[in-house]
Design a protein around this ligand. Structure first.
Ligand code: EZ4
Ligand code: CO
Length: 412
Protein backbone atom coordinates (compact mmCIF):
# COMPACT_ATOMS: atom_id res chain seq x y z
CA UNK A 1 0.00 0.00 0.00
CA UNK A 2 2.13 2.84 -1.32
CA UNK A 3 0.71 6.35 -1.64
CA UNK A 4 1.06 7.25 -5.30
CA UNK A 5 -1.26 10.24 -5.59
CA UNK A 6 -2.20 13.10 -3.29
CA UNK A 7 -4.71 15.73 -4.40
CA UNK A 8 -5.81 18.84 -2.51
CA UNK A 9 -9.35 19.69 -3.56
CA UNK A 10 -10.82 23.13 -2.88
CA UNK A 11 -14.55 23.44 -3.41
CA UNK A 12 -17.15 25.96 -2.32
CA UNK A 13 -20.65 24.50 -2.62
CA UNK A 14 -22.48 26.28 0.24
CA UNK A 15 -19.13 27.39 1.75
CA UNK A 16 -15.41 26.66 1.31
CA UNK A 17 -14.05 23.18 1.98
CA UNK A 18 -10.51 21.80 1.64
CA UNK A 19 -10.21 18.05 1.18
CA UNK A 20 -7.15 15.85 0.81
CA UNK A 21 -7.53 12.73 -1.30
CA UNK A 22 -4.81 10.07 -1.09
CA UNK A 23 -4.66 7.16 -3.51
CA UNK A 24 -2.53 4.02 -3.19
CA UNK A 25 -0.85 1.86 -5.82
CA UNK A 26 -3.44 -0.86 -5.17
CA UNK A 27 -6.26 1.49 -6.09
CA UNK A 28 -7.62 2.42 -2.65
CA UNK A 29 -8.37 6.03 -1.83
CA UNK A 30 -9.02 7.93 1.36
CA UNK A 31 -10.29 11.41 2.23
CA UNK A 32 -9.34 13.87 4.95
CA UNK A 33 -10.89 17.25 5.82
CA UNK A 34 -8.47 20.21 6.06
CA UNK A 35 -10.96 23.08 6.23
CA UNK A 36 -9.85 26.02 8.38
CA UNK A 37 -12.65 28.55 8.27
CA UNK A 38 -11.56 31.90 6.81
CA UNK A 39 -7.92 30.79 6.36
CA UNK A 40 -8.54 27.89 3.97
CA UNK A 41 -5.82 28.61 1.44
CA UNK A 42 -3.07 28.64 4.08
CA UNK A 43 -3.74 24.94 4.69
CA UNK A 44 -3.97 24.30 0.94
CA UNK A 45 -0.47 25.77 0.49
CA UNK A 46 0.90 23.89 3.53
CA UNK A 47 -0.37 20.63 2.08
CA UNK A 48 0.47 21.22 -1.59
CA UNK A 49 3.89 22.79 -1.10
CA UNK A 50 5.20 21.03 1.98
CA UNK A 51 3.32 17.80 2.69
CA UNK A 52 2.20 16.23 -0.59
CA UNK A 53 5.82 15.85 -1.82
CA UNK A 54 6.63 13.94 1.39
CA UNK A 55 3.71 11.56 1.02
CA UNK A 56 4.32 10.18 -2.46
CA UNK A 57 6.04 6.80 -2.13
CA UNK A 58 5.25 6.36 1.60
CA UNK A 59 3.60 3.28 3.05
CA UNK A 60 -0.07 4.16 3.51
CA UNK A 61 -0.43 1.63 6.33
CA UNK A 62 2.04 3.42 8.66
CA UNK A 63 -0.38 5.89 10.22
CA UNK A 64 1.32 6.52 13.58
CA UNK A 65 4.74 6.86 11.96
CA UNK A 66 3.44 9.28 9.33
CA UNK A 67 1.80 11.38 12.06
CA UNK A 68 5.00 11.54 14.10
CA UNK A 69 7.07 12.25 10.99
CA UNK A 70 4.88 15.19 9.89
CA UNK A 71 4.62 16.59 13.44
CA UNK A 72 8.26 16.26 14.50
CA UNK A 73 10.18 16.70 11.26
CA UNK A 74 8.63 20.11 10.54
CA UNK A 75 10.39 21.49 13.66
CA UNK A 76 7.57 24.15 13.81
CA UNK A 77 5.03 22.24 15.85
CA UNK A 78 1.35 22.82 16.60
CA UNK A 79 -0.86 25.66 15.37
CA UNK A 80 -4.15 25.44 13.46
CA UNK A 81 -2.66 25.35 9.94
CA UNK A 82 -0.15 22.60 10.73
CA UNK A 83 -2.59 20.52 12.74
CA UNK A 84 -5.39 20.78 10.14
CA UNK A 85 -2.94 19.63 7.46
CA UNK A 86 -1.73 16.70 9.59
CA UNK A 87 -5.36 15.85 10.44
CA UNK A 88 -6.26 15.57 6.76
CA UNK A 89 -3.39 13.16 6.08
CA UNK A 90 -4.22 11.14 9.19
CA UNK A 91 -7.94 10.74 8.44
CA UNK A 92 -7.25 9.87 4.79
CA UNK A 93 -4.85 7.13 5.95
CA UNK A 94 -7.40 5.76 8.46
CA UNK A 95 -10.02 5.79 5.68
CA UNK A 96 -7.67 3.78 3.45
CA UNK A 97 -6.76 1.32 6.23
CA UNK A 98 -10.40 0.68 7.07
CA UNK A 99 -11.28 0.21 3.41
CA UNK A 100 -8.38 -2.24 3.06
CA UNK A 101 -9.73 -4.14 6.09
CA UNK A 102 -13.26 -4.05 4.65
CA UNK A 103 -14.52 -2.46 7.88
CA UNK A 104 -16.13 0.78 8.97
CA UNK A 105 -13.46 2.85 10.71
CA UNK A 106 -15.02 2.62 14.19
CA UNK A 107 -14.28 -1.13 14.15
CA UNK A 108 -10.55 -0.46 13.82
CA UNK A 109 -10.78 2.04 16.69
CA UNK A 110 -12.04 -0.64 19.07
CA UNK A 111 -15.61 -1.16 17.92
CA UNK A 112 -18.83 0.61 18.87
CA UNK A 113 -19.31 1.66 22.50
CA UNK A 114 -22.90 2.81 21.82
CA UNK A 115 -25.58 2.49 19.15
CA UNK A 116 -25.61 6.10 17.95
CA UNK A 117 -24.48 9.62 18.84
CA UNK A 118 -26.65 12.19 20.56
CA UNK A 119 -26.28 15.46 18.63
CA UNK A 120 -27.25 19.06 19.30
CA UNK A 121 -28.34 21.76 16.85
CA UNK A 122 -28.30 25.56 16.87
CA UNK A 123 -31.46 27.51 17.67
CA UNK A 124 -31.30 31.28 17.69
CA UNK A 125 -33.39 34.41 17.30
CA UNK A 126 -33.64 38.13 17.77
CA UNK A 127 -36.60 37.81 20.17
CA UNK A 128 -37.76 35.07 22.53
CA UNK A 129 -40.63 34.24 20.13
CA UNK A 130 -38.17 33.78 17.27
CA UNK A 131 -36.04 31.58 19.53
CA UNK A 132 -39.08 29.45 20.47
CA UNK A 133 -39.91 28.99 16.75
CA UNK A 134 -36.31 28.04 16.01
CA UNK A 135 -36.27 25.51 18.89
CA UNK A 136 -39.57 23.99 17.69
CA UNK A 137 -38.26 23.68 14.16
CA UNK A 138 -35.15 21.89 15.46
CA UNK A 139 -37.36 19.54 17.47
CA UNK A 140 -39.35 18.82 14.29
CA UNK A 141 -36.07 17.83 12.63
CA UNK A 142 -35.52 15.41 15.50
CA UNK A 143 -33.02 17.33 17.66
CA UNK A 144 -33.10 16.23 21.30
CA UNK A 145 -30.54 18.79 22.55
CA UNK A 146 -30.39 22.42 21.46
CA UNK A 147 -27.93 25.30 21.68
CA UNK A 148 -29.66 28.65 22.22
CA UNK A 149 -28.14 31.97 21.07
CA UNK A 150 -30.00 35.26 21.36
CA UNK A 151 -29.67 38.80 20.09
CA UNK A 152 -29.06 41.34 22.85
CA UNK A 153 -31.24 44.46 23.10
CA UNK A 154 -29.25 47.51 22.04
CA UNK A 155 -26.78 45.57 19.85
CA UNK A 156 -27.32 45.61 16.09
CA UNK A 157 -25.88 42.29 15.09
CA UNK A 158 -24.37 39.51 17.09
CA UNK A 159 -22.61 36.32 16.10
CA UNK A 160 -24.53 33.06 15.97
CA UNK A 161 -27.99 34.42 15.15
CA UNK A 162 -29.38 32.88 11.99
CA UNK A 163 -30.81 35.61 9.80
CA UNK A 164 -32.86 33.43 7.48
CA UNK A 165 -34.99 30.32 7.57
CA UNK A 166 -34.85 28.21 4.40
CA UNK A 167 -36.71 25.11 3.34
CA UNK A 168 -34.87 22.10 1.97
CA UNK A 169 -36.42 18.84 0.84
CA UNK A 170 -35.78 16.03 3.39
CA UNK A 171 -34.49 18.53 5.95
CA UNK A 172 -37.53 20.75 6.44
CA UNK A 173 -37.05 24.29 7.67
CA UNK A 174 -33.38 25.01 8.31
CA UNK A 175 -32.28 28.05 10.23
CA UNK A 176 -29.10 28.49 8.32
CA UNK A 177 -26.39 30.11 10.37
CA UNK A 178 -23.24 30.06 8.27
CA UNK A 179 -20.28 31.10 10.43
CA UNK A 180 -18.32 32.76 7.60
CA UNK A 181 -19.73 35.31 5.17
CA UNK A 182 -18.48 35.42 1.60
CA UNK A 183 -16.91 38.71 0.59
CA UNK A 184 -13.65 40.62 0.50
CA UNK A 185 -13.85 41.90 4.08
CA UNK A 186 -15.15 40.51 7.38
CA UNK A 187 -18.49 41.77 8.69
CA UNK A 188 -18.19 44.03 11.69
CA UNK A 189 -20.53 43.34 14.61
CA UNK A 190 -20.96 45.12 17.92
CA UNK A 191 -20.59 43.96 21.50
CA UNK A 192 -21.47 45.02 25.06
CA UNK A 193 -20.68 42.47 27.78
CA UNK A 194 -22.87 44.09 30.48
CA UNK A 195 -25.91 44.08 28.20
CA UNK A 196 -25.22 40.43 27.29
CA UNK A 197 -24.84 39.34 30.93
CA UNK A 198 -28.13 41.05 31.85
CA UNK A 199 -30.08 39.58 28.95
CA UNK A 200 -29.02 35.94 28.56
CA UNK A 201 -30.44 34.63 31.89
CA UNK A 202 -33.85 36.11 30.95
CA UNK A 203 -33.74 34.16 27.68
CA UNK A 204 -33.03 30.84 29.40
CA UNK A 205 -35.71 31.53 32.00
CA UNK A 206 -38.24 32.08 29.18
CA UNK A 207 -37.08 28.98 27.29
CA UNK A 208 -37.42 26.79 30.41
CA UNK A 209 -40.94 28.13 31.06
CA UNK A 210 -41.91 27.42 27.43
CA UNK A 211 -40.23 24.03 26.96
CA UNK A 212 -39.99 22.59 30.48
CA UNK A 213 -37.13 21.17 32.53
CA UNK A 214 -36.19 18.12 30.44
CA UNK A 215 -34.80 19.54 27.15
CA UNK A 216 -30.96 19.67 27.22
CA UNK A 217 -29.94 23.29 26.47
CA UNK A 218 -26.49 24.60 25.58
CA UNK A 219 -25.01 28.06 25.13
CA UNK A 220 -21.85 29.44 23.51
CA UNK A 221 -20.18 32.62 24.87
CA UNK A 222 -17.56 32.68 22.06
CA UNK A 223 -14.55 33.54 24.25
CA UNK A 224 -15.86 37.05 25.02
CA UNK A 225 -15.76 37.24 28.82
CA UNK A 226 -13.18 37.92 31.52
CA UNK A 227 -12.92 35.21 34.19
CA UNK A 228 -15.07 37.12 36.68
CA UNK A 229 -17.72 37.88 34.05
CA UNK A 230 -17.68 34.22 33.05
CA UNK A 231 -18.13 33.19 36.67
CA UNK A 232 -21.15 35.46 36.92
CA UNK A 233 -22.72 34.05 33.74
CA UNK A 234 -22.19 30.49 34.95
CA UNK A 235 -23.79 31.33 38.28
CA UNK A 236 -26.74 33.19 36.77
CA UNK A 237 -27.53 30.28 34.44
CA UNK A 238 -27.44 27.61 37.18
CA UNK A 239 -31.23 27.73 37.77
CA UNK A 240 -31.78 26.72 34.10
CA UNK A 241 -29.67 23.57 34.31
CA UNK A 242 -27.62 23.95 31.12
CA UNK A 243 -25.97 20.92 29.51
CA UNK A 244 -22.93 23.18 29.10
CA UNK A 245 -21.69 26.72 28.62
CA UNK A 246 -19.05 26.90 25.93
CA UNK A 247 -15.95 29.07 25.40
CA UNK A 248 -16.54 31.46 28.28
CA UNK A 249 -13.07 33.02 28.25
CA UNK A 250 -10.40 33.49 25.53
CA UNK A 251 -8.85 30.11 24.86
CA UNK A 252 -5.17 30.94 25.28
CA UNK A 253 -5.21 31.14 29.06
CA UNK A 254 -6.10 27.81 30.61
CA UNK A 255 -5.70 29.21 34.15
CA UNK A 256 -8.67 31.58 33.68
CA UNK A 257 -10.98 28.61 34.15
CA UNK A 258 -9.73 28.08 37.72
CA UNK A 259 -11.50 31.23 38.82
CA UNK A 260 -14.64 30.41 36.84
CA UNK A 261 -14.78 26.92 38.33
CA UNK A 262 -14.58 28.26 41.91
CA UNK A 263 -17.84 30.13 41.42
CA UNK A 264 -20.17 27.99 39.36
CA UNK A 265 -21.48 24.44 38.97
CA UNK A 266 -22.68 25.10 35.40
CA UNK A 267 -20.88 22.48 33.24
CA UNK A 268 -18.14 23.98 31.06
CA UNK A 269 -16.96 23.14 27.55
CA UNK A 270 -13.97 24.54 25.66
CA UNK A 271 -11.57 23.68 22.87
CA UNK A 272 -12.92 24.28 19.36
CA UNK A 273 -9.84 26.39 18.58
CA UNK A 274 -7.38 24.16 20.48
CA UNK A 275 -5.16 21.99 18.34
CA UNK A 276 -3.01 19.74 20.54
CA UNK A 277 -3.08 18.04 23.92
CA UNK A 278 -0.86 20.87 25.24
CA UNK A 279 -3.78 23.29 24.99
CA UNK A 280 -5.66 21.04 27.42
CA UNK A 281 -2.87 20.00 29.77
CA UNK A 282 -3.83 22.08 32.81
CA UNK A 283 -7.59 22.10 32.35
CA UNK A 284 -7.77 18.32 32.05
CA UNK A 285 -5.47 17.59 35.00
CA UNK A 286 -7.28 20.08 37.23
CA UNK A 287 -10.72 19.02 35.93
CA UNK A 288 -11.59 22.59 34.96
CA UNK A 289 -13.93 21.51 32.15
CA UNK A 290 -16.60 18.87 31.64
CA UNK A 291 -16.56 18.62 27.83
CA UNK A 292 -13.76 18.87 25.32
CA UNK A 293 -14.72 20.66 22.07
CA UNK A 294 -11.90 19.71 19.68
CA UNK A 295 -12.76 18.52 16.20
CA UNK A 296 -10.85 15.73 14.44
CA UNK A 297 -10.26 18.23 11.62
CA UNK A 298 -8.41 20.80 13.74
CA UNK A 299 -6.58 18.56 16.21
CA UNK A 300 -4.27 16.39 14.16
CA UNK A 301 -6.87 13.83 13.14
CA UNK A 302 -8.05 10.59 14.72
CA UNK A 303 -4.56 9.64 15.93
CA UNK A 304 -4.05 12.72 18.10
CA UNK A 305 -7.61 13.47 19.21
CA UNK A 306 -8.12 9.87 20.37
CA UNK A 307 -5.13 10.27 22.68
CA UNK A 308 -6.40 13.61 23.99
CA UNK A 309 -9.85 12.16 24.67
CA UNK A 310 -8.40 9.11 26.42
CA UNK A 311 -6.34 11.43 28.64
CA UNK A 312 -9.55 13.41 29.36
CA UNK A 313 -11.43 10.19 30.16
CA UNK A 314 -9.17 9.58 33.17
CA UNK A 315 -10.59 12.81 34.62
CA UNK A 316 -14.27 12.11 33.77
CA UNK A 317 -14.24 14.67 30.95
CA UNK A 318 -16.33 13.80 27.90
CA UNK A 319 -16.22 14.67 24.23
CA UNK A 320 -18.31 17.41 22.67
CA UNK A 321 -16.72 17.63 19.24
CA UNK A 322 -17.07 20.81 17.21
CA UNK A 323 -19.47 20.25 14.29
CA UNK A 324 -20.47 23.49 12.54
CA UNK A 325 -20.92 23.63 8.76
CA UNK A 326 -17.22 24.49 8.38
CA UNK A 327 -16.36 20.91 9.32
CA UNK A 328 -16.92 19.12 5.99
CA UNK A 329 -18.94 15.89 5.73
CA UNK A 330 -15.54 14.14 5.67
CA UNK A 331 -14.60 15.72 9.01
CA UNK A 332 -18.05 14.99 10.44
CA UNK A 333 -17.87 11.32 9.43
CA UNK A 334 -14.42 10.97 11.02
CA UNK A 335 -15.80 12.53 14.23
CA UNK A 336 -18.69 10.06 14.23
CA UNK A 337 -16.44 6.99 13.94
CA UNK A 338 -14.27 8.29 16.79
CA UNK A 339 -17.29 9.26 18.90
CA UNK A 340 -18.80 5.82 18.41
CA UNK A 341 -15.62 4.04 19.52
CA UNK A 342 -14.44 6.02 22.58
CA UNK A 343 -15.91 5.34 26.01
CA UNK A 344 -16.21 8.99 27.08
CA UNK A 345 -18.43 10.30 24.27
CA UNK A 346 -20.59 13.19 25.49
CA UNK A 347 -22.47 14.86 22.63
CA UNK A 348 -21.78 15.78 18.98
CA UNK A 349 -22.50 19.23 17.54
CA UNK A 350 -24.34 18.85 14.25
CA UNK A 351 -25.36 21.65 11.88
CA UNK A 352 -26.78 20.12 8.74
CA UNK A 353 -25.00 20.90 5.49
CA UNK A 354 -26.92 22.30 2.54
CA UNK A 355 -28.02 20.43 -0.58
CA UNK A 356 -25.06 21.61 -2.72
CA UNK A 357 -22.59 20.31 -0.14
CA UNK A 358 -24.45 17.01 -0.05
CA UNK A 359 -24.12 16.78 -3.85
CA UNK A 360 -20.32 17.15 -3.66
CA UNK A 361 -19.84 14.79 -0.70
CA UNK A 362 -21.67 11.48 -0.96
CA UNK A 363 -22.35 10.52 2.66
CA UNK A 364 -23.39 7.27 4.26
CA UNK A 365 -23.85 8.50 7.84
CA UNK A 366 -27.47 8.99 8.79
CA UNK A 367 -29.58 11.18 11.05
CA UNK A 368 -32.57 9.70 12.83
CA UNK A 369 -34.59 10.99 15.77
CA UNK A 370 -31.85 13.19 17.21
CA UNK A 371 -29.05 10.66 16.77
CA UNK A 372 -26.21 10.35 14.23
CA UNK A 373 -25.21 6.94 12.89
CA UNK A 374 -21.80 6.48 11.26
CA UNK A 375 -22.95 3.59 9.06
CA UNK A 376 -21.18 0.37 8.13
CA UNK A 377 -19.57 1.19 4.80
CA UNK A 378 -15.85 0.33 4.80
CA UNK A 379 -13.73 3.38 5.71
CA UNK A 380 -15.31 6.61 6.96
CA UNK A 381 -18.14 6.25 4.45
CA UNK A 382 -17.80 9.51 2.50
CA UNK A 383 -16.80 9.91 -1.17
CA UNK A 384 -16.14 13.14 -3.05
CA UNK A 385 -17.57 13.77 -6.52
CA UNK A 386 -14.74 15.61 -8.32
CA UNK A 387 -16.98 16.87 -11.15
CA UNK A 388 -19.49 18.33 -8.71
CA UNK A 389 -16.67 19.82 -6.61
CA UNK A 390 -15.28 21.49 -9.75
CA UNK A 391 -18.55 23.36 -10.26
CA UNK A 392 -17.95 25.44 -7.11
CA UNK A 393 -14.70 27.42 -7.17
CA UNK A 394 -13.25 28.97 -4.00
CA UNK A 395 -14.82 32.21 -2.80
CA UNK A 396 -13.07 34.50 -0.30
CA UNK A 397 -14.93 34.35 3.01
CA UNK A 398 -14.29 35.64 6.52
CA UNK A 399 -15.67 35.11 9.99
CA UNK A 400 -17.13 38.34 11.39
CA UNK A 401 -15.47 40.23 14.24
CA UNK A 402 -16.76 42.69 16.80
CA UNK A 403 -16.00 46.11 18.29
CA UNK A 404 -17.12 47.84 21.47
CA UNK A 405 -19.09 51.11 21.31
CA UNK A 406 -15.86 53.15 21.42
CA UNK A 407 -14.38 51.24 18.49
CA UNK A 408 -12.11 48.84 20.39
CA UNK A 409 -11.74 45.40 18.79
CA UNK A 410 -13.09 42.85 21.26
CA UNK A 411 -12.30 39.16 21.87
CA UNK A 412 -14.39 36.64 20.09
O1 EZ4 B 1 -17.48 29.93 15.63
O2 EZ4 B 1 -17.46 27.23 13.34
O3 EZ4 B 1 -19.67 26.10 18.39
N1 EZ4 B 1 -19.58 26.54 17.30
C1 EZ4 B 1 -19.05 27.69 16.98
C2 EZ4 B 1 -18.91 28.02 15.52
C3 EZ4 B 1 -17.54 28.60 15.22
C4 EZ4 B 1 -17.21 28.52 13.76
C5 EZ4 B 1 -15.76 28.90 13.53
O4 EZ4 B 1 -15.34 28.49 12.30
O5 EZ4 B 1 -18.63 28.43 17.84
O6 EZ4 B 1 -19.92 28.89 15.11
CO1 CO C 1 -18.38 27.41 19.67
Amino acid sequence: MIIDKAEVIVTSPDRNFVTLKLTTDDGLSGLGDATLNGRELAVVAYLREHVVPLLIGRDASSIEDTWQFLYRSAYWRRGPVTMAAIAAVDVALWDIKAKAAGMPLYQLLGGASRTGLLAYGHASGKTNDEIFDSIRSHQEQGYKAIRVQSAVPGLNSIYGIASNATFEANKGVRYDHEPAQRGALPNEEDWDTRAYLRHIPTVFEAVRIEFGAELPLLHDAHHRLTPIQAARLGKSLEPYDLFWIEDLTPAENQEALRLVRQHTTSPLAIGEIFNTVWDYQLIIREQLIDYERSAVTHTGGITHLKKVLEFAAQYQIKSGMHGPTDISPVGMAAAMHLGLAIHNFGIQEYMMHGAKTDSVFEQSFTWNDGMLYAGDKPGIGVELDLDEAGRYPYVQAYLPYNRLADGTVHDW
